[in-house]
Design a protein around this ligand. Structure first.
Ligand code: CP
Length: 307
C-alpha cells in the first residue's frame, strides 16, 4: 500500500483512493491507541523532524505522539528558539537539519507554499502541518475520519463550515477532501470572509446560519481570528456572536441532533458557546484523538517505503 505523491502538501487534486487508504489505516491505528501499550514498531529506525515556524498545540503534539507510537526517532524544532533568530535563512536551516541524516519533515509555516518551497532545498519526505492561509491537509483527514467514525460514510453527508473561511486553511483542505469523497458542503459566515470563487469548487454559500443548521448533518465551526477584528473584517465579537455564533439556544430551536466539530483552538463565547462545545453532540475531542491515528497512517504510508 503506497500513496501516489511522495509528499503531502495539500488535498487539492489528491487521489480519492489515497484518502481512502489513509482513512482505512487510520482506523486500524486508532485501535492501537486503545491498547495498554500504544506502540507498534512500524517505523523503527526512521527519524522525523517537526519544523514549527508557527505556534501549535494539537498538531505538533499529535505528530510527535504519532511518531513515538510508530517507534520513530522524533526531533522538535521551534523557530523561536533557533538560529533563525541570529539571521540564518530558511534554506540553510533546513539543509543543516537534513545533513544530520533525517528521513522526513513535518512543517508548519505562516507562508502559503512553504512546504513545497522546502522540497526544492531538501530530499526528505515533507508533510504540511499548516501553511499560512493555504492548506492543513492532516486536519482535513482527521476531520473526515471523525465524520466517518460518527456516520459510517462520507458520500452525501451534508457539512456546514461556519466562520472565517477566507483565512482558514482548515476550510480549504476540508473542501478539497470532502468534495473528493462525495460530501456536500455549505459555507456560512460574514460575506466579506467567504470568497465567491469558492463556488467554483462546487460548494454552496449561505449567509443564514439557521438555514445551514436546518440543512446540515454536521457543523465544522471555525475560530474567528480575533486579530482580524482589529482591522475591521469583523465589526465586533458581539455582532459576530449574534449572527453566526453557535450557542445552545440556536441549536435547540432546530430540534435536531447535529454533530458539532471544531479544529481548535476554540474561542469560547465567540464562535461557539461552552454548552455546545462540551455538549453531547460535540466530537471535538474525538477529532483530537483521531488526529494521532490519522497522522500515524499518513507517516506510515509516506515513510514506510523507506525501511
Ligand atoms: N487544529 C490545529 O491546527 O490546532 P493547533 O494550531 O493547536 O495545531
Amino acid at each position: 500500500m503506497s500513496l501516489k505523491n511522495r509528499h503531502l502538501f495539500g488535498l487539492k487534486d489528491y487521489p480519492k483512493k489515497d484518502i481512502e487508504s489513509i482513512l482505512d489505516l487510520a482506523f486500524k491505528f486508532r485501535e492501537v491507541l486503545d491498547r495498554p501499550i500504544k506502540k507498534v514498531p512500524s517505523l523503527n529506525g526512521l527519524t522525523v523532524v517537526n519544523l514549527f515556524f508557527e505556534n501549535s498545540t494539537r498538531t505538533r503534539i499529535s505528530f510527535e505522539l504519532a511518531q513515538k507510537r510508530l517507534s520513530c526517532d522524533t526531533v522538535n524544532f521551534s523557530a523561536s528558539s533557533s538560529s533563525l533568530k541570529k539571521g540564518e535563512s530558511f534554506k540553510d536551516t533546513a539543509q543543516n537539519i537534513e545533513a544530520m541524516k533525517i528521513d522526513a519533515v513535518v512543517i508548519r509555516h505562516p507562508s502559503p507554499g512553504a512546504p513545497k518551497t522546502l522540497s526544492k532545498f531538501i530530499k526528505s519526505i515533507i508533510i504540511n502541518a499548516g501553511d499560512g492561509t493555504h492548506e492543513h491537509p492532516t486536519q482535513a483527514i482527521l476531520d473526515m475520519m471523525s465524520l466517518k467514525e460518527k456516520f459510517g460514510f462520507l458520500k452525501g453527508l451534508k457539512i456546514g463550515i461556519i466562520g472565517d473561511i477566507l483565512h482558514s486553511r482548515v476550510a480549504l483542505s476540508n473542501i478539497y477532501g470532502l468534495k473528493t469523497m462525495g460530501a456536500e458542503i455549505t459555507l456560512c459566515g460574514p460575506p466579506n470572509l467567504i470568497p465567491e470563487f469558492l463556488k467554483d469548487l462546487g460548494v454552496n454559500i449561505n449567509y443564514d446560519v439557521d438555514e445551514v443548521i436546518d440543512w446540515a448533518d454536521a457543523l465544522n465551526v471555525l475560530r474567528i481570528q480575533r486579530e482580524r477584528m482589529g482591522i475591521g473584517l469583523v465589526p465586533s465579537v458581539r455582532e459576530y456572536r449574534n449572527f453566526f455564533g453557535i450557542n445552545q439556544k440556536r441549536i435547540e430551536k432546530h430540534k435536531k441532533d447535529i454533530v458539532i466539530m471544531h479544529p481548535g483552538p476554540i474561542n469560547r463565547g465567540v464562535e461557539i458557546d461552552s454548552a455546545v462545545a462540551d455538549g453531547q453532540n460535540a466530537i471535538i475531542l474525538d477529532q483530537v484523538l483521531n488526529g494521532v491515528a490519522s497522522r500515524m497512517a499518513i507517516l506510515f504510508l509516506l515513510c514506510g517505503g523507506k525501511k
